[in-house]
Design a binder for this molecule. Sequence first.
Ligand code: XIL
Length: 351
Amino acid sequence: MRVSVAAFAATLLITGTAAAQPASAHPNPVPLRTLAAGTGVRIGTAVDMAALAADTTYRGTTAREFNSVTAENVMKWESVEPTRGTYDWGPADDLVRYARAHGQAVRGHTLVWHNQLPGWLTAGVADGSIDSAELRTILRNHITKEVKRYKGRIYQWDVVNEVFEEDGSLRESIWLRRLGPSYIEDAFRWAHAADPKAKLFLNDYNVEGVNAKSTAYYELAKRLRAAKIPVQGFGIQGHLAIQYGFPGQVAENLARFEKLGMQTAFTEVDVRMILPVDEAKLATQATYFRGLLDACVQARRCTSFTVWGFSDKYSWVPGVFGGEGAATLMDEGFVRKPAFTAVGEGLAEGR
Ligand code: XIL
C-alpha cells in the first residue's frame, strides 16, 4: 500500500494538479477505489444504465475507479413499475449483477420520493380512483417488493428522498397530503422488515451544512430513533454550485447526526458552474469536491462518498440547470479534471 501511495504521489508531482490530463495518455496508477480502501469510506458513482451498455470507456471507468454504485434512475418507482402490477426489474438487476462482478457494493435509490413516480399512481391519486387507504397499501407493497428483491445485495437504501422544504417544513407531496407525516416512519418500518441488514437512510439536497432544512432532519432523526424506528443513516446529496459558495459547518452537521448513532454519507455529489468552463472555475470546483470528501473522511461514521456521475458526457446538470454544467470529475472526453486529482489526493491522505 505504501508503495502505491508513493507512486500516486509521484505521478501528481510529474503531471501537476492544474492541467487536466487525458486518461489514456496518463493512466492513473492508483484507482480511486484502491485509494479509498484504507479510509473506511466507499467511493461511489451513480450509474446511467444506457451509458453502461453502450460506452466501453464509461463501463471501464465505472469498474476501475469505484467500489460503490447507485442506480441513477432504474430503481425509481416509474422505472420498476411503469404500469400498475407490471414490473420491469431488468435494468436494476443488470446493475446489481454488474456490481457483483466488479466487487462493488450497491446503494439503493430511492423508495419514497415525489418525483419520477409512475403516471398510473399520480393520475389515480389526482382523479380519486386511488384513495388514501389504498395508497398506503400500494406504498407498503412497493417498498416491500423492491427491498425484498435485492435483500442482502444493497448495503444502504435511500428510503425517503427530499421530504423537507428549505424552511424545514415537510414537503407537500402526495405522501404527506394523503397519508400524513407518519408515512415516513412507516416507510422505514416496512423497509426494515423486508431487509433487516440494509442500512436505511434519509436523503436530501441543501443539507450539507447546518441550516433550517438539515436541522429539521436532525430533529426528525432524533425523534424516530427515540421511538426505535429503524433509521440508520443521513444521506447528503451534495449537489453544489461554485457560484453559491461552499456550505458552512459541514463537519458539525455530520457530527450531530453521528452523535445520534447514525451513519452519514454523501450520496450524489457534483459541483456545477456557470458555463463556459475556465481554469479558475475548475480549480474552485476541485476545492469543493475536496471539502466534502475531507468532511466525510474525517468524520467517524461517514461510510460512502458517491458522485452523481463521473463524466460530463452523461451528467444530468445541463439538462436541468440552464447555462450550467461541467459538474463532474471528468470532462465529456473522460479527461480528468483537477477535481478528480483532488478526490484522489483526499483519499490518499485519509488512509
Ligand atoms: C436525477 C437523474 O440524474 C436524472 O437522470 C433524472 O432525469 C432525474 O433525476 N436528486 C435525486 C436524484 O435524488 O435521483 C436525481 O437524479 C437528482 C436530484
